[in-house]
Write a protein that binds this ligand. Structure first.
Ligand SMILES: [Zn+2]
Length: 456
């Protein structure tokens, strides 16, 4: 468009123009202001970008450091703000959780985004009472302006980027001898690739998909993705070529299936020996040529209700929980209310070599409950941890259900279910007791994940 065609825009009072601009998408604002030189000189008007920054979650001027809202919004917030939130990875068996949050700026340095890996306890560090612990957050990644990174980190950046260029750095190089290095963030397109476990002599078994056709309630499909170009995941069939793998150890391989998984986020360290972004390897090896795929995790923080109160309903239990799945340690479970079945489902967001992430660990029927006989009830409550068995237990909520169990590897022929009872003892705590005889008694204790603020 020529200059004279846009000249009428100047007849609009600037305040009104500003209001129009704040309602356009960022791309449209840039396009619009590029129509003429005079308009372009207004592109840096911080009032336009301040409003946008606030809607991206940054309203504290401290965050800017010495930079303008224009630079901070267009370089960092517009592209990366959709990372803020919790993401669940599809690592075979274990899964893995990473949480992105804002970190404040200082007088001179602009704030940044930190990616915290959930560090869940292994059984050794667990308390003797068997109660699970809340996750520790280990900062694994820092996304911010190159000019604000430490000298050591800046040296790791190969092509000497402009100080106003945004970079992603691994901030937990492990082993410590690793040099400072970058992290590659990508969005991978939808894929039909699934994981398979190849066992020496035994053959090849499909590993549960994450998400899967049956279990994807944990995935938040309303969350936006960072604005990177989507890369296509190439199709690989390692089953047909599995003879090339040494079949001496259990090994994860990949091949296409009919189930289409949606787009996902991937993160890889530039140093392949860095363990910073990986959850602990627990079983088997992987020959899959891909980085784990992360999906937005639906985080509902439900306020707990006293189970002895009349306001308590099964849905008071929905949300994220931490549970001690001994001997594996603490795992993250989503309690999901299935309206059709009138049942509570415990979906594994992280898992282990027996019952992996993405499976339904337990299902508790909450519609048709026959009350327990007093003797039976007393017997069940006597098996709770001391703290809970000594309290006023007359009005604890008890529900019958079933728990999925499996031998190592989670092969279809090696799975069975155990009758359980769920005992809800407090707003943010419940237990699951197995009633099986022969295979040994089990007690799983759950505490609610209270969530934390990811904003500043
Ligand atoms: Zn690294």
């Amino acid at each position: 468009m020529k200059e004279q065609n846009t000249s009428r825009i100047y007849e609009i009072p600037y305040d009104i123009l500003l209001r129009i601009l704040t309602n356009l998408s960022a791309t449209d604002v840039v396009r619009f202001l590029s129509l003429s030189r005079t308009l372009h000189s207004q592109i840096c008007d911080d009032r336009i970008w301040k409003h946008r920054s606030a809607t991206s979650g940054v309203s504290d001027p401290m965050f800017l450091g010495h930079r303008t809202y224009y630079t901070v919004y267009t370089q960092l917030l517009y592209v990366y703000a959709p990372l803020i939130g919790v993401w669940a990875g599809d690592h075979p068996y274990t899964g893995g959780i990473i949480e992105f949050r804002w970190e404040s700026g200082t007088g001179s340095n602009t704030g940044c985004i930190i990616g915290d890996v959930w560090d869940l306890h292994t059984s050794d560090s667990e308390e003797a009472d068997g109660l699970p612990q809340q996750p520790q957050f280990a900062a694994a990644m820092k996304i911010g302006f190159a000019g604000d990174m430490s000298d050591e980190h800046r040296k790791a950046l190969a092509d000497n980027p402009h100080p106003d260029q945004v970079v992603a750095l691994c901030c937990k190089p492990e082993p410590p001898s690793c040099r400072a290095h970058t992290v590659d963030l990508n969005i991978m397109g939808a894929t039909r690739q699934s994981a398979f476990m190849s066992l020496p002599r035994d053959g090849v078994y499909r590993h549960p998909d994450f998400p899967s056709e049956e279990v994807d309630m944990w995935r938040d499909d309303t969350r936006p993705f960072p604005r990177f170009r989507v890369q296509e995941q190439r199709a690989v069939n390692q089953i047909s070529s599995s003879r090339t793998y040494l079949r001496l150890l259990p090994i994860m391989i990949t091949a296409p299936t009919s189930y289409l998984k949606p787009r996902a986020l991937t993160m890889t360290c530039a140093l392949s020996r860095c363990e910073g972004l990986k959850p602990p390897t627990r079983w088997g090896m992987s020959a899959m040529p891909y980085a784990p795929r992360y999906y937005p995790l639906r985080v509902m923080i439900t306020k707990g209700v006293d189970p002895t109160s009349e306001d308590w309903t099964p849905t008071s239990l929905t949300g994220l929980w931490l549970a001690s799945y001994r001997p594996h340690g603490t795992e993250c479970i989503m309690a999901h209310w299935d309206e059709r079945k009138q049942a509570m489902l415990g979906i594994k967001i992280t898992g282990d070599q027996n019952v992996p992430r993405g499976t339904i660990s337990w299902e508790v029927d909450m519609a048709s409950q026959t009350p327990y006989e007093p003797d039976e009830r007393r017997d069940i409550l006597a098996r709770l941890p001391t703290d809970d068995s000594e309290k006023d237990e007359r009005r604890y909520q008890l529900f019958r259900g079933k728990l999925l169990a499996s031998n190592t590897g989670h092969i279809l022929s090696d799975r069975w279910t155990i009758s359980i009872v769920m005992v809800v003892v407090a707003p943010d705590r419940f237990h699951i007791l197995s009633l099986a005889t022969g295979r040994g008694e089990r007690l799983l204790s759950f505490v609610r994940y209270p969530g934390r603020s990811l904003h500043i």
